[in-house]
Design a binder for this molecule. Structure first.
Ligand code: GTP
Ligand code: MG
Length: 457
């Protein structure tokens, strides 16, 4: 992009922000939380808004003031466009499947053209435009953001606390033993070689954690390196023992950690995360219930850490022009189509309980926030059988029809006996064809109204 074009783009973005018509929505969620599916669902509903009866709560559509929506490449020309068409092809192809886990960053811009509600603005201007920017990225990389606020020692202490949990400790045992027993070499070259070896083992441990569905895995690039595969910047690890780091290692580990903060996390944060002004925090509560107590606790910790990485505040005009802050937050439990509709309220309540601390802080800062249960792409159908039981019909990975009884949904955070009994939720697969567009969803209209509605008046 030429300097002039870039200036033009930036000026236009600043003007839109100034007139309150530019939303950069942070879709925040760990790997597998449902970011890509939700973004696809949002785009699908917006593009088809005027041709569907699926959006009863999206007022601009209900009041027949929506002219339409159009997709554009984002103003950041160095980033790939979010492959909405590819995602829909996946979901509706010959063998429908979920889009793959995201491997890199992509962005997309939606232009929403609408008529203002009657009143002065309605008479003076015929149509207005709202731009909505959405960014998709690998969930693994999100967990690097909290590291920006921790030095190496603080990070190590946090990781040591995590290693006390039974499952992690078991998975780390070989690595811990190796760190503990390695004879420290005096020469710098040998020390470097030792750290490289221990970092490779730490990475193998992180990957094992991942395959056991643990969530708080840092540094994120070790789990999914992208273009950093094999780069020396990844040759570090948190110090896991209670005795201090040997001197010859300490300097190197701290240096690498700082380098990672400055050259990997900071640019990622500055490029994508700094300018958000609205946020949707996606949480896969059902998966965490199914995976058990340790996972559930890690998920709560991860949400807490993540939300510390964003700036919340009152988005005054001045702030909006120069350094936008998040002025509204939706906390969203995803994949609500995996349970019966009469249990959605319980799912919402559970997320409310899980995020009590974060909500109190938002409340204190007077940031509007609300909790939802949604499905970006709804894959099941609810049926009431003649004997009164409720079942969910869907398709499994082998594309076979499956019918399951409504799974149990706790209405409070489970306790010891509940965890021992455990929870199981169906994992449905998409079974759509191109004729099914707009694809079904659950409560995306309420979410859209909450996130965009006040800007579409
Ligand atoms: N039933 C149901 N399953 C969903 C829904 N959204 C996502 N899933 C499931 O969750 C998986 C992960 O969803 P993604 O949207 O890829 O998650 P993500 O947050 O983008 O994950 P990363 O790209 O790895 O960061 C999908 O492959 C589906 O199996 C939904 O609305 N309903
Ligand atoms: Mg994704």
């Amino acid at each position: 992009m030429s300097r002039f074009q870039k200036f033009k783009h930036q000026t236009r973005d600043a003007i839109h922000r100034g007139f309150d018509r530019h939303i950069r929505l942070a879709v925040t969620g760990l790997s597998g939380a449902g970011k890509t599916a939700l973004i696809t669902g949002i785009l699908e509903q917006l593009l088809y808004a005027n041709e569907t009866q699926q959006l009863p709560y999206f007022k601009v559509k209900q009041q027949q003031r929506l002219n339409g929506c159009r997709l554009h490449t984002s103003s950041n020309w160095q980033v790939s466009r979010f492959d909405y068409e590819g995602a829909i092809n996946c979901l509706t192809g010959d063998t429908p499947k979920w889009p793959q886990s995201t491997r890199d960053v992509s962005e997309i811009r939606v232009e929403v053209k609408y008529q203002p509600r009657s009143g002065l603005a309605g008479r003076v201007l015929d149509t207005r435009r709202l731009t909505l920017d959405l960014i998709d990225y690998p969930g693994e990389w999100l967990l690097d953001l909290p590291l920006l606020q921790l030095n190496y020692d603080e990070w190590s202490q946090q990781q040591q606390r995590l290693l006390n949990a039974e499952l992690r400790h078991k998975l780390a045992s070989e690595w811990l033993e190796k760190v503990n027993s390695m004879a420290i070499e005096a020469s710098e070259d040998s020390a470097e070689q030792q750290l490289r070896e221990l970092a490779a083992d730490y990475r193998a441990f992180l990957r094992q954690c991942r395959s056991r569905k643990l969530l708080l895995l840092q540094p994120g690039r070790m789990v999914l390196p992208g273009e950093l595969e094999g780069a020396p910047v990844l040759e570090f690890f948190p110090w896991p023992l209670s005795r201090p780091v040997p001197d010859v290692w300490a300097k190197r580990l701290q240096e690498k950690y700082r380098y990672y903060q400055q050259h990997v996390i900071t640019p990622f944060y500055q490029k994508y995360f700094k300018y958000f002004n609205r946020q949707v925090v996606l949480v896969d509560v059902l998966q965490a219930l199914q995976n058990g107590e340790d996972h559930f606790a890690e998920l709560q910790l991860a949400i807490n850490e993540l939300m510390k990485s964003f700036s919340y505040g009152n988005n005054s005009l001045l702030k909006r022009l120069f350094s936008p802050v998040i002025d509204k937050v939706a906390l969203v439990a995803t994949k609500a189509d995996s349970i019966a509709p009469q249990d959605h309220q319980k799912l919402t309540n559970l997320l409310r309980l899980m995020t009590q601390k974060q909500r109190q802080e938002l409340q204190f800062d007077q940031i509007p926030h609300q909790v939802f249960s949604v499905a970006g792409i709804a894959t099941s159908q609810i049926k009431k059988l003649s004997d009164g039981t409720t079942v969910l019909d869907g398709i499994n990975e082998q594309r076979e029809f499956v019918r399951v009884g409504a799974p149990e949904m706790p209405d409070a955070i489970p306790t010891g006996a509940d965890w021992r009994r455990g929870y199981v939720y169906p994992q449905f697969y998409p079974g759509f064809t191109v004729q099914d567009s707009p694809l079904p969803h659950i409560r995306l209209d309420q979410l859209l109204e909450y996130v965009l509605g006040d800007k579409l008046k």
